[in-house]
Design a protein around this ligand. Structure first.
Ligand code: NAP
Length: 486
């Protein structure tokens, strides 16, 4: 035991959660912290997604670190570029550039002699006493295997790999996919494209929202009155609504869920006048089964004369466009694949090997899972932020990551005290947790009968299936009996 040891902390990824971990460690006086970032800039998902219309669907003042309020948010739901700028300003304020290795991906981590040995894409070997995996969830684009895709002579790209050199105005554009991304892109491009075809495999319920601007007077108030800024950041009405939403998704038969269903059904009824189009846009599954989409302008965008919702499938791509199964060829200049992400990757494809040679692939052979969403048995001193089984349903992932950090830091403190060398969840604790989680998850709205990225390979929602308040409670203090400490 060495109570004076200076521990080394390695953080994987400089997105929202990695920045959080780095700041928290520096604030706690840790001197030996290194962040590895595969790209040349911080920002994670907000760096990678730059598509037209990109908007955070969580209110700006909630999608903010609790310790770095931002009086300057322009809108209720902020544009993606503003979110990226916020993270860049926070990272600069804490001089994180001094501890981030950019353009350096971690290839492997192996737990040997109570330390993590790390090999990076630049061939460097590093070591860490603690590894914080802050790799994000949605960062491996899902590229569909559409026949003939390579033959297309126009521009084709995934929504998270937007090609900004391509002119959009006056072009014939196809958007494949109707998730949050596809809906935002179609809404943004309807006024710019000559023609816009939205290939909709599955319709979405749309929650109306008014994305109001904060006036100059409001922003000035937030800049000069810390109490006013705190009030908007912890707005009790918004808090109550989020909590109500969290109850709704865990109790599909609750009054709160029925209220959501009524609102989205009314929105469709009142916003779309053509009965044929309305039926095309009507989902046959329950609201919030897929991640609920908030949109101010989607229904009006799809009713513009140059916009078409197509339900016949984008089965074959040819040199000049997309051929439908009925033989019709529609010609396009641009095809956007808003087809989502491989949501079960987390730290993979990194090769991570824990104690006794167990690999992450082996540990996750059935499904990605972690005790309380943060710790994997036999992977000691490795913790995840926004890992598997966390709350993901329309909540601020910043809030979730901060709560997870509160929990993780207590586990690290057990080792930092010098009394132990390593800590990881017991297999029995994970088994019990996961058994209860799976039962509850199947009963949540996400398990009510639709396809979504929330489902694991076995069709079970991979999410935290209890309420947001219960998660907060669970993150207050680790149950030490659930951990192996030695
Ligand atoms: P997504 O929700 O997974 O949606 C992917 C869409 O592509 C679905 O409509 C899917 O259809 C369709 N699709 C996939 N493969 C297809 C194929 N071969 N042919 C036709 N359609 C195909 O992905 P996303 O829209 O990128 O959103 C992912 C998540 O990112 C969101 O749920 C949200 O958490 C996050 N996001 C957040 C914001 C924000 O504001 N914070 C904005 C954008 C995204 P099916 O439904 O039939 O599978």
């Amino acid at each position: 035991m060495n109570k004076n040891k200076q521990y080394r902390y390695v953080i994987i990824g400089a997105g929202m959660a990695g920045i959080l971990a780095a700041i928290k460690l520096l604030d706690a006086g840790k001197k030996n912290v290194r962040v590895y970032e595969k790209a040349d800039r911080i920002g994670g998902t907000w760096r990678e997604n730059t598509y037209p219309g990109l908007t955070c669907d969580v209110p700006s003042h909630s999608y903010t670190y609790s310790f770095e309020p931002n009086p300057n948010w322009s809108r209720y739901l902020p544009p993606g570029s503003e979110v990226q700028a916020y993270f860049e300003s926070v990272a600069a304020k804490y001089h994180l550039e001094d501890i981030i290795s950019f353009n350096e991906e971690i290839n492997s981590c192996q737990f040997i002699d109570n330390q993590w040995q790390i090999v990076t894409s630049l061939g460097h070997t590093d070591y860490a006493d603690f590894v914080i995996a802050a790799t994000g969830v949605l960062h491996h684009p899902r590229i569909p295997n559409i026949k003939g895709m390579d033959s297309f002579k126009g521009h084709i790209f995934h929504s998270a790999r937007w090609d900004h050199s391509v002119k959009l105005d006056g072009q014939r554009i196809a958007v494949v996919g109707t998730g949050s991304t596809g809906v935002q892109i179609v809404t943004a491009l309807a006024d710019r494209a000559a023609s816009l075809c939205h290939y909709q495999r599955t319709p979405q319920w749309i929650m109306p929202v008014i994305n109001g601007e904060f006036s100059e007077a409001e922003k000035e108030l937030f800049r000069t009155d810390a109490a006013a800024l705190k009030r908007i950041q912890n707005d009790p009405e918004l808090e109550a609504n989020i909590e109500r939403f969290s109850v709704a998704i865990t109790e599909p038969d609750s009054a709160a869920m029925h209220e959501i269903e009524n609102i989205v059904a009314q929105n469709l009824e009142l916003s779309v006048s053509d009965p044929i189009l309305r039926e095309r846009l009507r989902p046959n599954y329950r609201a919030a089964c897929k991640r609920l989409i908030y949109s101010e302008g989607f229904y009006s965008a799809v009713q513009k004369p140059n916009v078409e919702i197509l339900i016949e499938g984008a089965d074959t791509i040819e040199e000049y466009g997309i051929r439908s199964p009925d033989g019709t060829l529609r010609e396009f200049d641009i095809i956007v694949l808003a087809t989502g992400f491989e949501a079960d990757r987390f730290m993979r494809p990194m090769a991570i090997t824990g104690e006794n040679g167990i690999t992450l692939e082996q540990a996750w052979a059935d499904r990605p899972t972690a005790y309380m969403s943060v710790s994997i048995p036999e992977f000691p001193n490795l913790f995840m932020l926004n890992g598997p089984n966390g709350p993901v349903g329309n909540f601020s992932l910043i809030e979730i990551a901060e709560q997870q950090w509160h929990y993780i830091s207590q586990l690290m403190a057990l080792v930092e005290s010098g009394d132990y060398s390593k800590v990881s969840a017991k297999q029995s604790a994970l088994n019990d947790f996961d058994a209860a989680r799976v039962i509850a998850a199947k009963k949540s709205i996400f398990g009510s009968g639709c396809q979504s990225w929330y489902l694991d390979a076995q069709g079970v929602p991979a999410t935290w299936p209890w309420t947001r308040a219960q998660f907060k409670e669970a993150m207050q203090r680790p149950d030490i009996s659930a951990y192996n400490l030695s």
